[in-house]
Design a protein around this ligand. Structure first.
Ligand code: PHB
Length: 391
């Protein structure tokens, strides 16, 4: 064969070999600016870490993630961005969604567009009921709070509790679950107070807690400026010193501990991820983030959801190819089990919601650094709201 023929044969083989290779676009909607910008940054870092470890292609199909800034809780913007990603950019998967209202805003659109949508945070139980195209790789507030309220009554021995939540859907879920589980166990709820989503002045709220003198305070604020302020004011207004413990969920994550300061010490939280979970994926995630983004980079719940969400989408493309029917991708994801940095997880085949361990932790000082220390684990928890509210 002369050189030209050789070249032609090689080109033909390479064209045949990549005939079905495509670029699979994934649209990720999250806040990348404003007070909640940490969500977008943590999602993106974990996506890039995942692609560094696993490559940017699946069977020759390039996986390209397109990031869109929704700013904060802004359902109209979320819907507009999703429409553009679907109609103009030609995405095959939609993902991200830190906030419940932003996830709910795309329910009709993704159903009509047959668009598989992997929720990386938004944690209100009902979301996955609003479209068959949702799969959730984060958590539900109810899932964490059921474990927290049971621990509060049965293990810690608290008998009277006070709840303080952000006045929007996931807060309502958290409040509802705490009241239900704590009351059913035998406890008394002294007061249930709701603060507007944008609240960062918690002084009047903490004064009220101090007056009520509960055995424990359950608090939920969306991770960011409101959650940092709630934690700080719990300490600065003397609630902590009065011996009233704060029972939290995502508020005490390591990414916020420097901003909160030593006020956070002693806070208890129920979470589906913790830095101290001992498994290979957790080590790999933490090491890759540090290598790529510096020593200070630590994973949070956004990181672990992005890492696992990418795994789910990569596995779906590996199994079904780059251009399968959207509903077929969802079918593939149902029942899927993953070894996650948070431990074993499964996408429940009936609800498309996540089944996972919930860890109970306490903020402690260790080697001169604050961190969450896990002291109890409840294994493979399903979303209790869905169990209590069958379709
Ligand atoms: C939500 O909007 O569902 C949400 C946002 C931030 C959190 C938890 C839940 O930290």
């Amino acid at each position: 064969m002369n050189r030209l023929l050789c070249w032609a044969a090689a080109a033909a083989i390479s064209v045949a070999g990549t005939a079905h290779a495509e670029t699979v676009k994934v649209g990720l909607i999250a806040p990348f600016s404003g007070g909640f910008a940490i969500w977008g940054e943590q999602f993106q870092h974990a996506v890039e870490a995942f692609q560094k470890v696993n490559g940017t292609s699946v069977n020759g199909n390039e996986i390209e993630v397109i990031y869109r800034d929704v700013g904060g809780p802004d359902p109209a913007k979320s819907k507009q961005l999703a429409e553009e990603l679907i109609l103009r950019d030609g995405i095959k998967f939609l993902t991200g969604f830190a906030f419940t209202p932003n996830a709910l805003a795309v329910a009709e659109l993704i159903t009509e567009a047959n668009m598989p949508t992997v929720i990386m945070n938004a944690a209100t139980s009902v979301i996955t009921r609003k479209s068959p195209m949702y799969v959730r790789v984060s958590f539900t507030l109810s899932q964490q709070v059921e474990v927290l309220a049971n621990w509060a009554y049965k293990e810690a021995g608290y008998r009277n509790a006070y709840t303080l939540i952000s006045d929007y859907a996931p807060g309502h879920d958290g409040e509802g679950q705490f009241v239900k589980t704590f009351s059913e166990a035998g406890g008394t709820i002294m007061e249930s107070v709701r603060a507007p989503l944008s609240t960062t002045d918690f002084a009047p709220y903490m004064e009220n807690v101090l007056q009520a003198k509960p055995d424990a305070l359950f608090g939920f604020m969306p991770a960011g400026p409101p959650s940092i302020a709630m934690m700080q004011t719990w300490a600065s207004r003397g609630v902590k010193d009065a011996g009233i413990p704060l029972l939290a969920t995502g508020e005490t994550q390591e990414i916020f501990l420097d901003a909160i300061g030593e006020a956070a010490l002693g806070a208890i939280s129920a979470q589906h991820f913790s830095l101290d979970i001992d498994n290979e994926q957790n080590k790999l995630l933490q090491a890759t983030l540090k290598e790529m983004f510096g020593e200070k980079s630590v994973p949070d719940i956004a990181s672990v959801a992005a890492w696992d969400g990418m795994r789910l989408m990569y596995d779906a493309v590996a199994e079904l190819g780059p251009s399968a029917d959207g509903a077929a991708y969802i079918e593939f994801m149902k029942g899927r089990k993953i070894d996650s940095p948070r431990g074993p997880i499964m996408i429940d085949p009936q609800t498309r919601d996540i089944v996972q361990n919930i860890y109970i932790r306490k903020v402690v000082m260790k080697d001169g650094k604050m961190t969450n220390e896990t002291f109890a684990t409840v294994e493979q928890v399903k979303d209790p709201w869905k169990v209590a509210n069958p379709e």
